[in-house]
Ligand binder design. Structure first.
Ligand code: 3H9
Length: 655
C-alpha cells in the first residue's frame, strides 16, 4: 500500500490495485477549490498509472461530501469548476466508485451520480438540498438524477430539497448497495468487478419513462409548496428538460440557471438563513462550559403545551415525568401524550415499537415528589405570575440541588420568578412554540442570574430535541412577541390610515407569508388578546396612539373564525371580506378625523418591514438579542416570515 497527497485536502492510498482517494476538508468535506484541484490531480495520476485498475472516492470522518463550498458563492470562480471535475469522473476510463461514508449532499451527490457505482453506509443522508439555498443543483444533479430514478421522483426530491436515508436511496436506485460493514473493502470489490465490464455512465442512460399523470402530480405538488420561491419551479423545468434534450444541452441550461439563481437576492437571503442557523445558540464565553447531564425531564402541566413538550423530549430519548394536580388530570395528560404518539403512528411517521418505547419512558403522576429524580423541570402551567412563583418556590424544596428549573412563560418576567426561589442561578426560560413537538423554534431566555452551565445545559437540551435555539435576554414577549407586537401595531395603524385588512393580508401573502396577519388573528381567536387589552387598559399611556377597531369587533361578538366572524366573515368556511367590518373601520377613522389614504402592496410591506426592523434594532441596542440574524430566525421559524426573504432584519437592510 502506498500513500500519495494531491492537495491539502485530497490524498490517496493504493490498496489492492485500487486508488482509494479521500477528501479530508473539515467540517463537512465541502468541494472547495483545493478539493476540486486535488481530485483532478488524483484522477490524472490514476489514468496514467497502469498499476491502478479502479478508483474509490470517499470522505474522511463521517461525511462523504456536504456539497459545494457555500462560502465560495459570491467570489470569482476558481478552476477547475465542479462540472469539469464531474465530467472527468463520468468519462473516466477506469471504474470510479463512490464509497458514501456519510452525508452526501448537493455537489456531493452530483459527484456520486457521476461515479460508475455508488455504495453507502446505512447512516448516510443523501439528497440535493440546493433549493433550500435558493439555487438549483449546478453540476448535473437535475440531469443525472432523473436518469436513475425517473422524472416524477426526481422532481419530488429536487424541488423540495428532500434528504433521504440510505435505505430510501437504495429503494429509489440512487445507490447500488447498502454496506453495513467495511465500506471501503466492499467498494474495492465492486470496483474490481466492474473493471472488466462496460462502465455504467449515468449521463449516458435514457430517462426512464414515467406516466404523464405521475409527472403532472409531482409538478403540481412542487409548485404548490414553492410559495413564491423561484428555485423549485426552475428545478422542475430542468428535470423535465432531461427527458427531452441531450445531456450536454441539459447541463448547459442547468448551469445558466444555477449561476443566475446563485447571484439572486433570494439565494443571498437563504444563505443568510443557513449561516444564521449555524450561528444561533452560540454564546460567547460559553464554548468551554460543560453542560449538566440531563436524562430525566420533569414537566409541570400536561395540557396543550406540556404534552407537546413531553412528546418532543420522549422523541429525543429522555425519560419524562409529568405532574398534574389530580390523578384525573394526570390520566388526561397521559391520554393527550399517547394521542399525539398514536397520530404519528397512524400517519406512518412512527412505528408501534417506537411509540411503545416512548411510552415506557413516560410517567404522569399527581405527586410532585416524583420530581426528586428530575435533572430539568419545565413548567407549562397557566401564565400567571403568582401561580408560577409559588410553584417554583415549592419545587425548590423538592428537587435536587443541581436540578435546573425552566419556565415556559410567554409574557411574564422570568427574573421575578427566579428571584422568588432560593437558587435563581438555576432558573432559565425555555419559551416553546405550539405545537411544541413540531415547531423548531425555542427561545432560550438567559435571566439575570442564570448560571453559565445552566444556559449551556438548556442549549444542549434544545439541540438534542432537534430545536433551533435562539438565546435572548429578558423583555416582555422576548424577541418574537416583541417584534410581532410592533408588526401588529403598525398593521392596525395602517388600517386606521386607510388600508383595509384584506389589502394588508393580500400584500403579505404575495410577499410570501403563508397567511396574512388579520387572517391569522381570526384563526387564533380574538378574545384572549381582548381580555389582555382590558387588563392593561388602566396602565395604558393615554397619549399613545390606540386603535379601537379590534375591541369593537369583539364587542360585536366577532371573535374570529370559530365564531364564523372576525376581521372577515366565513360563509361556508370561506374567508370573505365583510362590509360590516369595513363600515366599523370607517366609523373608527371618522371618529379620529382620519382621511383615509390608499396604499400599494409595496408600501404596505415596506412599512411593516420597517416597523419590525426598528423593533429589532431596539432589541439589539438593549442587548436582548445578540445578533440581527437571531431575530430573523425567530420571525421565520415562529411567525411565518418567508425564509426566502431572509427575515425582517435582512429584508429591512439591517444586516
Ligand atoms: C451545492 O452543492 C451546489 C452544487 O449543486 C453546485 C455547485 C456548482 N459549505 O450544519 P452543521 C459548515 S450547494 C461550507 O452545524 P452538522 C457550517 O457553516 C450545497 N460550509 O453540521 C458549519 O460551520 P461553523 C449543498 C458548510 O454536522 C459547519 O460546516 N449542500 C457547508 O449538523 C458544520 O455545519 C448543502 O446544502 C457547505 N456546503 O450537519 C448541505 N455545509 O462550524 C449543507 C456546512 O463555522 N450542509 N458547512 O458554524 C448541511 O446540511 C449540514 O452542514 C451537514 C452537516 C448535514 C452536512
Amino acid at each position: 500500500m502506498s500513500a500519495s497527497r494531491f492537495s491539502d485536502t485530497v490524498s490517496a492510498t493504493l490498496t489492492d490495485d485500487v486508488l482509494v482517494v479521500t477528501i479530508d476538508n473539515p467540517p463537512v468535506n465541502a468541494l472547495s477549490a483545493d478539493v476540486r484541484a486535488g481530485l483532478m490531480t488524483a484522477l490524472d495520476r490514476a489514468e496514467k498509472d497502469n498499476a491502478v485498475v479502479a478508483v474509490i472516492l470517499t470522505g474522511a470522518g463521517n461525511t462523504f461530501i456536504g456539497g459545494a463550498d457555500i462560502k465560495e458563492f459570491g467570489k470569482p470562480p476558481v478552476e477547475p469548476l465542479l462540472p469539469q471535475v464531474i465530467a472527468r469522473i463520468e468519462d473516466f476510463s477506469k471504474p470510479v466508485v463512490a464509497a458514501m461514508n456519510g452525508a452526501t449532499l448537493g455537489g456531493g451527490l452530483e459527484v456520486a451520480l457521476a461515479c460508475h457505482k455508488r455504495d453507502a453506509v446505512p447512516s448516510a443522508k443523501i439528497g440535493l438540498p440546493e433549493v433550500k439555498l435558493g439555487i438549483v443543483p449546478g453540476a448535473g444533479g437535475t440531469q443525472r438524477l432523473p436518469r436513475l430514478i425517473g422524472t416524477a421522483a426526481a422532481i419530488e426530491l429536487i424541488s423540495n430539497g428532500r434528504v433521504v436515508s440510505a435505505s430510501e436511496a437504495n429503494k429509489l436506485s440512487i445507490i447500488d448497495s447498502l454496506v453495513e460493514n467495511s465500506l471501503i473493502a466492499a467498494a474495492i470489490a465492486a470496483a474490481k468487478s466492474a473493471a472488466d465490464l462496460p462502465l455504467r455512465r449515468t449521463g449516458k442512460l435514457p430517462v426512464p419513462s414515467d406516466s404523464e399523470e405521475a409527472i403532472d402530480k409531482a409538478v403540481a405538488e412542487a409548485l404548490r409548496k414553492a410559495r413564491g420561491q423561484h428555485a423549485p419551479a426552475e428545478a422542475v423545468r430542468l428535470v423535465r428538460l432531461a427527458a427531452t434534450t441531450l445531456l450536454d444541452e441539459g447541463l448547459a441550461e442547468e448551469r445558466r440557471t444555477f449561476v443566475a439563481l446563485r447571484d439572486s437576492e433570494e439565494a443571498a437571503a437563504l444563505r443568510h438563513v443557513f449561516f444564521a442557523e449555524r450561528a444561533a445558540g452560540k454564546v460567547e464565553g460559553l464554548e468551554k462550559v460543560a453542560p449538566r447531564k440531563i436524562e430525566t425531564v420533569g414537566l409541570v402541566g400536561t395540557g396543550l403545551m406540556g404534552s407537546g413538550i413531553a412528546v418532543a423530549a420522549l422523541n429525543a430519548g429522555y425519560r419524562v415525568v409529568g405532574i398534574e394536580q389530580t390523578r384525573e388530570a394526570a390520566d388526561k395528560g397521559r391520554e393527550r401524550i399517547t394521542g399525539i404518539l398514536d397520530k404519528a403512528v397512524q400517519s406512518g411517521r412512527l412505528d408501534t415499537a417506537g411509540r411503545d418505547d416512548r411510552l415506557s419512558r413516560l410517567a404522569v403522576a399527581a405527586d410532585a415528589q416524583e420530581f426528586a429524580q428530575a435533572d430539568l423541570i419545565i413548567e407549562a402551567v397557566f401564565d400567571d405570575l403568582t401561580v408560577k412563583t409559588e410553584l417554583f418556590q415549592r419545587l425548590d424544596g423538592i428537587v435536587r440541588a443541581d436540578t435546573i428549573l425552566a419556565t415556559n412563560t410567554s409574557y411574564l418576567d422570568p427574573n421575578i420568578i427566579a428571584a422568588a426561589t432560593a437558587h435563581p442561578e438555576r432558573v432559565v426560560g425555555l419559551h416553546f412554540f405550539s405545537p411544541a413537538n413540531i415547531m423548531r423554534l425555542l427561545e432560550v431566555v438567559n435571566c439575570h442570574k442564570t448560571a453559565p452551565d445552566v444556559l449551556a445545559s438548556a442549549l444542549a437540551f434544545a439541540k438534542r430535541l432537534g430545536k433551533l435555539p435562539v438565546v435572548c435576554g429578558v423583555t416582555e414577549g422576548f424577541i418574537g412577541n416583541r417584534i410581532f407586537s410592533a408588526y401588529r401595531r403598525e398593521a392596525e395603524f395602517m388600517v386606521e390610515d386607510g388600508a383595509l385588512p384584506h389589502e394588508i393580508d393580500a400584500a403579505l401573502e404575495a410577499y410570501g407569508f403563508p397567511m396574512g396577519l388579520f387572517a391569522v388573528y381570526d384563526m387564533a381567536g380574538l378574545e384572549i388578546a381582548w381580555a389582555r387589552r382590558k387588563r392593561q387598559a388602566p396602565t395604558r399611556d393615554p397619549a399613545a396612539r390606540y386603535v379601537v377597531i379590534a375591541d369593537r369587533l369583539c364587542e360585536a361578538g366577532r371573535f374570529g373564525q370559530k365564531a364564523g366572524r372576525g376581521w372577515y366573515s366565513y360563509p361556508d368556511g370561506q374567508r370573505t371580506v365583510d362590509p360590516e367590518v369595513t363600515a366599523l373601520i370607517e366609523a373608527a377613522r371618522a371618529e379620529k378625523g382620519i382621511a383615509p389614504k390608499s396604499f400599494t402592496a409595496d408600501e404596505i410591506v415596506t412599512r411593516l418591514l420597517k416597523a419590525m426592523a426598528d423593533e429589532g434594532e431596539a432589541l439589539l441596542a438593549e442587548g436582548i438579542a445578540a445578533r440581527a440574524s437571531d431575530i430573523d430566525l425567530v420571525m421565520i421559524n415562529g411567525y411565518g416570515f418567508p425564509p426566502h426573504k431572509g427575515g425582517p432584519m435582512f429584508a429591512g437592510g439591517r444586516r
